[in-house]
Each structure stands twice: as C-alpha cells, then as structure tokens.
Design a protein around this ligand. Structure first.
Ligand SMILES: Cc1cc2nc3c(=O)[nH]c(=O)nc-3n(C[C@H](O)[C@H](O)[C@H](O)COP(=O)(O)OP(=O)(O)OC[C@H]3O[C@@H](n4cnc5c(N)ncnc54)[C@H](O)[C@@H]3O)c2cc1C
Length: 354
C-alpha cells in the first residue's frame, strides 16, 4: 500500500469527514471516488451545531488533533474559495466539564465580568468569570462539506450520490472494491467514513465496531440579528448565529417522552435564551430535530486500517466537524505516503481488542 501514485480509493460517505478525507487524498494524487447513499452532507453533518471546539482536557486522546484544528481550518480557507468560517470566538462558563482555569497553549484565557460584557453585551447575567477562546469559530457544515467536495472534484475526484454501498468484493482477508446499488467499484483501498452507518459496513466484514449512535438535538430559530457575537455555552444554553443570522442551539437528547420531543425542547430552550439575553423580541422555531452522532465507545476517534483485513480503512469520530480538517490531512498523508501518523496512534481500531 506504500506510496502508490494514483492509487484508487473509494471513500464511503460524503459527510464532512468523508469530504475532508476525499479532498486531502485527491490533493496527494489519489484517484478518489466518493460514494454517498443519499446526497452530500445528508447525514448528521446537516444538523450539526458545527463549533470548531478546541477545548480539551490533558487526558483527551484526541488532544493533538483538537490543538491543530484551527490552523488546519485556516489552511483550508486559504485553499478552498467556497469555505467560509465564522471566527467569532467562544465564551464558556458554569459547566462542570469546562475547566475553570485555562491550560497553556490552547489560546484560552479567563475573562472578567466587564470583559464578558464587552464581548457579549446582551448577556443578562454575566458571570464573574468565563473561559474565552478567541481563536475558535464555527461554520455552515453543509456548505463546508460542499467546499471540500468541490475541492476534491477540482483534483479529479468523482462523486456518486444516491449510491449505497451494500457489500464488498475480494476475499475474507482482502477487500478489492465495493458492491453498490449501481454496481461494483474496484479499489486499492476503501475508506469507510460513513458516520453511524460505518458499523453496518464493518459488520459485513465480520468486524464489529465499538461505535454508538448518540442522539443530540439541533435547533434553528428565526431570530433578530446580533443577539450574540460569538458562541456562548453555559448551563442554560449553547447558542450562536448561523451565517444567515438565524440563531442555532444544541441541546441534550433526554428520551422519547412527549415533553422531550425536539419541538418541545426547542420552545423551552427559547424561554431559557430569553432569560439569558436582552433583545429577544421574537424567537420562532424554524427547525428542531434529532441528529445521531457517531461516538466511539471510549470517546476517541476510530481512524486507521481495519485489523486483519487489508484494503479497508476506517475514519469515524466525534466531534467530527472540529476534527475533520486535521484528520483529513493526516489520513491523506498516511494513506498516500504509507507512513503512519503518530498523532493518529491513539485512534487505532486495535485498541478495543488488546
Ligand atoms: C445537535 C448536534 C450538534 C453537534 N455539534 C457539533 C459541534 O459543535 N462541533 C463538532 O465538531 N461536532 C458537532 N456535532 C457532531 C458532528 O456533526 C458529527 O461528528 C459530524 O458531522 C460527523 O460527520 P461524518 O461525516 O462522520 O458523518 P455524516 O455526516 O453522518 O456522514 C456520513 C455519510 O455516510 C453516508 N453513508 C452511510 N452509510 C452509507 C453506505 N452504506 N453507502 C454510502 N453512503 C453511506 C450517509 O448517508 C452520510 O451522508 C454535532 C452533532 C449534533 C447532532
């Protein structure tokens, strides 16, 4: 597999992760075919809050990947004319999982109440202090996925939408292509970037993946503009403006009870936002739905060759928007150059079988 110029790679899944892998592989000279069961960004990418969230604890196995996310997205912005990122920064406070004191090297600082009000003048209850990450941003995940796909196509990649992978060709220990609803596609390597759908595909190869489909609620409100300037995440709300000025929110999924349905949660969240912010004259729910995040059982990304079966590579993770640019770059390099990336070592699949 080492250093094959023009190697044929099938990337399964055109969410933001598959699109980034396809783009970076294409730039490295691979002949890429992207195979997507629905249409581009029709999976969980379409309902992402899409915060490039680089905060991590020192124990986070994906720390090196998160730390590189901002510089990789800035590189992509320079390379891809259609990629636009809202570099607004974020404010987080009042959350048990957010460290009170910033660690070094992450661009996070602690800001006072006065500074918080300068950053977010509409906050009704600014805390005494908050974590401020001025380097962070957010994006329109569907538009960003398209920007990556177009970038891949400009390098010769082929996109097949409405084409589902239903099986594999080859032998028990070597995959040589995929069987799709529109026929067989031969490949030197098949990259599975199918989000929560990846489990079904590895099951077909007799390799159960330690991956959960974890629900979360995505809400989009028609709102007055400029309610917030950046991303605010506190105990009451996680909000930001989208690029069309509607207000986005993300909420935990609780269960299927009637008063926990997405539209009910969206109305309750609107009340919470009203209680937190000045200027909320109207907040009408445009969309409220559940998205299923592909979350590996130990939280770390699953990235690497499928143990025991050659010709298959897996790339699935949460938070996929944050990590897509960096992981795409590293995956592109290790597949085309044949040199394993040390930053991807904590992500290997074999860790579950040790
Ligand atoms: C409410 C909410 C908020 C979130 N907020 C954030 C955030 O702030 N920051 C962040 O980084 N992440 C966030 N996430 C998570 C993030 O959206 C996901 O991690 C990311 O979008 C995953 O992208 P993906 O490309 O792996 O998966 P997907 O977007 O699901 O793409 C997989 C694609 O594979 C296709 N596919 C599946 N099976 C097959 C098959 N057999 N054949 C062909 N195609 C197939 C699917 O149709 C799909 O299009 C959030 C998610 C939710 C729901």
């Amino acid at each position: 597999m080492n250093n094959i110029p023009g190697m044929n790679v099938v990337v399964v899944g055109a969410g933001i992760v598959g699109a980034s892998v396809a783009y970076h592989l294409s730039c490295q000279g691979a002949q890429v075919t992207i195979v997507e069961a629905g249409h581009v960004a029709s999976g969980v990418t379409s309902t992402s809050f899409a915060w490039i969230n680089t905060t991590y604890s020192d124990a986070d196995p994906a720390a090196a990947l998160r730390a590189a996310a901002v510089s990789d997205y800035r590189r992509l912005e320079a390379q891809l004319p259609d990629l636009h990122i809202q570099w607004t920064g974020s404010l987080t406070y009042g959350l048990p999982e957010v460290p009170a004191a910033p660690a070094t090297g992450r661009g996070i600082s602690t800001v006072s109440r006065a500074q918080i009000l300068t950053l977010e003048p509409n906050l009704k209850h600014p805390p005494a202090q908050a974590n401020h990450s001025p380097e962070e941003g957010a994006l329109n995940a569907v538009a960003a996925t398209w920007a990556l796909i177009k970038g891949a196509q400009a390098q010769g990649a082929r996109l097949l939408e409405q084409t589902q992978v239903e099986g594999f060709t080859g032998t028990a220990d070597k995959v040589s292509g995929v069987k799709t609803t529109h026929g067989v596609i031969d490949a030197d390597l098949v990259v599975l970037a199918a989000g929560t759908g990846t489990t079904l595909l590895t099951d077909m190869l007799g390799y159960p993946l330690a991956l959960d489909a974890s629900p979360a609620i995505y809400i989009r409100y028609h709102s007055p503009p400029h309610l917030v300037r950046g991303i605010i995440y506190n105990a009451a709300m996680e909000v930001r403006h989208a690029d069309d000025s509607s207000l986005l929110a993300a909420e935990d999924y609780l269960d299927d009870a009637a008063d926990h349905q997405p539209n009910v949660i969206a109305l309750r969240t609107a009340e919470a936002i009203r209680a937190e912010l000045h200027g909320v004259v109207s907040l009408d729910v445009e969309q409220a739905c559940v998205g299923f995040r592909p979350i590996p059982k130990d939280g770390a990304p699953l990235v690497g060759f499928l143990p025991g079966i050659s010709g298959v590579y897996v790339c699935v993770m949460h938070p996929g928007v944050t990590l897509a640019a960096t992981v795409g770059r590293l995956v592109g390099m290790e597949i085309t150059r044949g040199t394993p990336s040390p930053d991807l070592e904590p992500c290997r699949l074999g860790r579950f079988r040790r």
